[in-house]
Design a protein around this ligand. Structure first.
Ligand SMILES: *Cc1c(COP(=O)(O)O)cnc(C)c1O
Length: 388
């Protein structure tokens, strides 16, 4: 037959809808409501206007300037933007407890076309078809897609009653399977996170020869980064993205922070598929973003404020809300189904995310937008509640 058996068995990821029929307020894909900093636009326009010939040349295969800029940003921020402080002259410094105990160097960074692509290479590099890797039952829904794509068996561990990770069960299964661990911290779609001390405790108990992957897509909104643990645990690999806290979902840029040895392994995988990295424009815009962390610290703080005030509104209005260290809220109402809520909000011109997944179908996931967008959503919720 025309189509391979491999392709017949694929179950691709379904992203948050992007309708074209009407302009909606998009609170369904955890994008950042703010544009990148002005220096990103300036760097892109300089690149195009002053050196258009570079568009005709291959990009730097090692993305050296970008990796140096990412490392520099992590050293300045400690890896959690929302907890940084900014001095009057615009210098960013990490919260004292986030200060890194070592310097992140550019050879500890790998970058790719969104952390989705990075994750796909990581799955290929470190998980094996003979051994199940461990992940939480509800987490980033792309992980099972990669497991299917690469034919890697997975062992999913149910969350606890309060939606937190069942750490003990994950560790005990991992020690049996010997196939590695992955989870998002903070987790999606719940928004809950483990502290750095809790992850360290897991790493101490886990097998040092198995990969331990932490996806920190949302950590800049108030979680605790595991970057400070990298010099202690050589099996730890951290995946991060420009799509959420760095206002860059459109440029498709994600990265790894890990030991140079692990970075080299992923690079080998990537070079076996595509020997060029992200495009020249993404290298330029990514560097400009990293060079201006103060702007993104402010964006992250604004998002956290809007999140916390919306959380309080939901709580006082009778919703069940999971505490969030991210730029989204995982929410349900005791009398209104997730689907009903999603549809009623959509009618008013706002998109939120509803998952048809058994176990979480009563919930909606609401991305935190600007104060104004959250005010609009609040009015919509009040209207829905009044009409019942
Ligand atoms: C959004 C998200 C990603 C993917 O980010 P991209 O860099 O846009 O591909 C990865 N992991 C988690 C947990 C996410 O929520």
């Amino acid at each position: 037959m025309l189509i391979s058996n491999r392709v017949k068995n694929l179950h691709p990821y379904v992203p948050g809808e992007q309708p074209k029929d009407r302009v909606y307020v998009k609170l369904n894909a955890n994008e950042n409501p703010y544009p990148p900093c002005p220096q990103v636009s300036a760097a892109l326009s300089d690149f195009i206007n002053k050196s258009p010939e570079k568009l005709g040349l291959y990009p730097d295969p090692d993305s050296l300037k970008l990796h140096a800029a990412i490392a520099d940003m992590l050293n300045k921020t400690g890896g959690v933007l929302s907890r940084c402080s900014i001095s009057p002259d615009g210098e960013v410094s990490p919260a004292p407890e986030d200060k890194l105990p070592f310097t992140v160097t550019p050879d500890m960074i790998y970058s790719g076309n969104g952390s989705d692509e990075v994750l796909s290479f990581v799955f290929y590099a470190f998980f094996d078809s003979g051994k199940s890797f461990v992940m939480p039952e509800f987490t980033y829904s792309f992980y099972p897609v990669y497991a299917g794509f690469y034919d890697i068996p997975m062992d999913t561990v149910p969350l606890k009653e309060d939606w937190s990770l069942n750490v003990d069960e994950m560790l005990s299964r991992a020690s049996k399977n010997k196939g590695g661990i992955i989870f998002a911290n903070p987790n999606a779609p719940t928004g809950l996170s483990l502290s750095r001390a809790q992850v360290r405790d897991m790493l101490l108990k886990a097998d040092k020869d198995e990969i331990f992957i932490v996806d920190e897509a949302y950590v800049d909104f108030g979680g605790e980064s595991c970057i400070p643990l990298l010099n202690e645990f050589k099996n730890l690999l951290i995946v991060r993205t420009f799509s959420k806290s760095l206002c860059g979902a459109g440029q498709r840029l994600g990265y790894i922070v890990a030991s140079p040895e692990l970075v080299n392994i992923v690079t080998t995988v990537k070079n076996s598929v595509n020997h060029f990295p992200i495009d020249a424009l993404a290298q330029v815009s990514g560097k400009a973003a990293c060079d201006n962390p103060a702007y993104y610290v402010e964006c992250a703080k604004k998002v956290c404020q809007a999140r916390d005030s919306f959380y309080n509104f939901l709580k006082t209005s009778g919703f069940y809300v999971v505490k969030s260290d991210t730029n989204f809220l995982f929410v349900k109402h005791p009398q209104i189904s997730g689907e009903e809520l999603y549809k009623a909000v959509k009618q008013e011109g706002i998109l939120i995310r509803h998952f048809n997944t058994p176990g979480i179908e009563e919930f909606v996931r609401i991305t935190v937008g600007t104060q104004e967008q959250m005010q609009a959503l609040k009015e919509v919720f009040e209207k829905i509640l009044r009409s019942r």
